[in-house]
Every structure is written in C-alpha cells, then in structure tokens.
Design a protein around this ligand. Structure first.
Ligand SMILES: Nc1ncnc2c1ncn2[C@@H]1O[C@H](COP(=O)(O)OP(=O)(O)O)[C@@H](O)[C@H]1O
Ligand SMILES: [Mg+2]
Length: 334
C-alpha cells in the first residue's frame, strides 16, 4: 500500500449561490495521520469532503496534494488525483442487488484491467482486513448496519488509496459497534499508512481516535490542531463540543442568544476533564504515523498552551521520554 500524503488546504471557501457554507478554511493534514472533523449539523462538513474529492468546486482557495492543486486542476489531472481517495459514505452506499464480494470488487472491475483471479485475491484480502470473511456472498440487506459499514470500508480500500475519507462512519451504530469500528479504523491506518479524515458526531470517537481534531463552526474552521491542544482547550466552543455539554455557545439552533448565554454565565465554571488515552493499533501492528507525529508535535510543543504541553509530555512513553529529554527538560515544560 502507498504511504500517506500531505493535504494542504488554504483559503478555501464554498458558496451555493449567495449562501456561504464556509470561508477561509486553512489547515494541513499531515501524512498518514488520522484527523477528525467535528461541527454542528449543516456547517458544511460533507460539503468539505466533496470538495476534497472534486465532486464540488470551491469558489476560492487551493487544495494541494502531491504538488497538484485540486481546485484549479484540469479534468485529466483531477481524474488521476481522485484515484488516491477512498471514501466511506454514511450508509456504506452499497448496491442492494449485489452481494458483498461484487460490491467490493466493483471499483476494481470499473477502474482497472485486472483479471478476475487477481480481483478475487484483492477482494478477499480486504474482506479479511475488515473481518467479513465468510460473509462475501451475502446481500447488503441481509447483514447488520455495522457489517455494511465494514463492507463499505473494504470497498473504499480496494484501489489502495493514499487518503481515506469517512463521513459519519459511526452514525446509527451502538456504542459497542462504534468501539469495534474505531479499533478497525486505527488498525487499518497502521496497515495502510494512508491519511485519514473522519467526520463524526461521536464524542468518544473524537476523544480516542484522532491524532488531530478540527471544528467547523460559524462558517469557519474554528480550530485545527493536535489532539492534545483541542482536548485540553478551554475555548468555550471547543470545550463544549469535545465534552458534549449543554452549556456553552452552541445551542439547539446552532447558536444561543445573549439571554441564554448570560443566564449560564453565573453557573459554576467548567473544568476540562483530563484527556483519555488515544487508541493504539492492535498487537503486532504499528502506526508509522505515530513516530512522525511525535517529532512534529515536539517541534511545536513550545507554541502550545501549558495544558496542551503537559498533555503532550504525559502521553509520551518511556522511549520517547529518553529521545526527547532535552525538549521535556526545558523549564517551560516543567
Ligand atoms: N449541492 C448543494 N446545493 C446547495 N446547497 C447545498 C448542497 N449541498 C449542501 N448544501 C448546503 O450546504 C450546507 C452544508 O451542508 P452539509 O455539508 O451537508 O453539512 P454537514 O455535513 O456539516 O451536516 C447546508 O446548508 C446544505 O443545505
Ligand atoms: Mg454531513
């Protein structure tokens, strides 16, 4: 499988007629890392994913992948770039009349000249990766929602993508299935080293899966950064989102009015709970992105607020403590 790629988004804005979905979205998804995108419904998270794969065209800005700007790319270039993406849509988007094998084989038959023997090998490998061995002959209607998502994931992986996008993979799943899916996502990231972007509403997923978190709010990307920064943030919007609290600037209809907000201000101040540990790849698997990310975060650790710095240091294992002792030993980190 390919190695993950960097995706550099800058100054991106999207309009539908006179309606602005979001503007000035600027951030970089580091290679092979897992990022989560959160935000209230209707803030344009799905629109953003569609812009990434070239289904929608942003009005301004650029999206650079491998020195190609997707926004200004010509049709042929876009066709090549699109092959780098695997996408898991909300419902798995399987063809109801095809069994799982044919569903998963579909992109290979459609986009490659591979023979049936090779297609079988690839499909069965992906079927095994997502834990569906023995279910290949079933129809989507005969299996659970969780299995449909895994089948959709197998199909998203058959063309060996360097970038995998997930639009609410955990919607409609119970907490146990979500926990299995999240572990599967982390394990697949270890096996592929592809760059992952997950849109989710699930707080536990946001707290335990990603290396980086972004929040769409108020027609902007309100914040994007390492998990330690967002999960320890006292910013009212960020803290409300990542802790699933009713109190905060986000109300039922996206934003609370001044009276509601004033009524809350008298209440006790919220302390951000300590960070949950991040999911690790299952035994025997290693995420290459982890070491790369550690290096990256250590290079920026002095720019982080104190709570985030401490969270970074607390999450280091013994080897990293030795490797980065000069950085940690710095008085500013004590
Ligand atoms: N093809 C489209 N044409 C016009 N408006 C659209 C289209 N797709 C999405 N929108 C609008 O863009 C906004 C963001 O939608 P969406 O990306 O689906 O939000 P989210 O995924 O964050 O819930 C919504 O107001 C939606 O109605
Ligand atoms: Mg959506």
């Amino acid at each position: 499988m390919g190695t993950g790629v960097t995706i550099e988004v800058s100054g991106l804005s999207k309009w539908f007629g006179r309606a602005n979905v979001w503007s000035d979205v600027t951030f970089t998804m580091p290679p092979g890392e897992v990022s989560v995108l959160l935000g209230p419904s209707g803030t344009g998270k799905s629109v953003f994913l569609k812009c990434l794969i070239g289904l929608l065209k942003p009005e301004t800005g650029s999206i650079f992948i491998h020195d190609t700007d997707l926004v200004s790319a010509r049709a042929e270039q876009l066709y090549d770039i699109r092959k780098l993406f695997g996408v898991l849509f909300q419902d798995g988007a399987l063809f109801g009349s095809m069994n799982l094998f044919d569903n998963i084989a579909f992109p290979l038959r459609e986009h490659t000249r591979k023979g049936e023997r090779e297609i079988r090998d690839i499909v069965m490998e992906k079927v095994d990766m997502v834990g569906l061995t023995g279910d290949e002959d079933k129809l989507p209607g005969e299996i659970s929602g969780g299995m449909r998502k895994r089948a959709g994931l197998a199909r998203a992986l058959v063309l060996e993508p360097e970038i995998v996008l997930f639009d609410e993979p955990d919607s409609g799943l119970d907490p146990v299935r979500t926990a299995y899916l999240n572990q599967l996502i982390i394990d697949l990231n270890a096996k592929t080293d592809a760059t992952f972007l997950i849109v989710t509403h699930d707080i536990n997923t946001a707290q335990t899966v990603p290396d980086n978190i972004g929040i769409m709010y108020h027609k902007h990307l309100a914040m994007f950064g390492p998990r330690e920064l967002l999960l320890t943030s006292e910013d009212p919007v960020v803290a409300q989102f990542l802790n699933g609290r009713r109190e905060g600037p986000i109300g039922m209809s996206e934003e609370k009015d001044a009276d509601e907000q004033a009524a809350e201000n008298g209440r006790t101040r919220f302390t951000v709970p300590s960070m949950k540990p991040q999911l690790r790849a299952s035994g025997g698997l290693e995420r290459k992105a982890v070491a790369r990310r550690m290096q990256r975060v250590m290079n920026m650790v002095h720019e982080l607020p104190p709570r985030a710095r401490h969270a970074v240091v607390d999450s280091l294992d013994e080897g990293d403590r030795v490797r980065y002792r000069d950085v940690i030993g710095d008085a500013r980190l004590a």
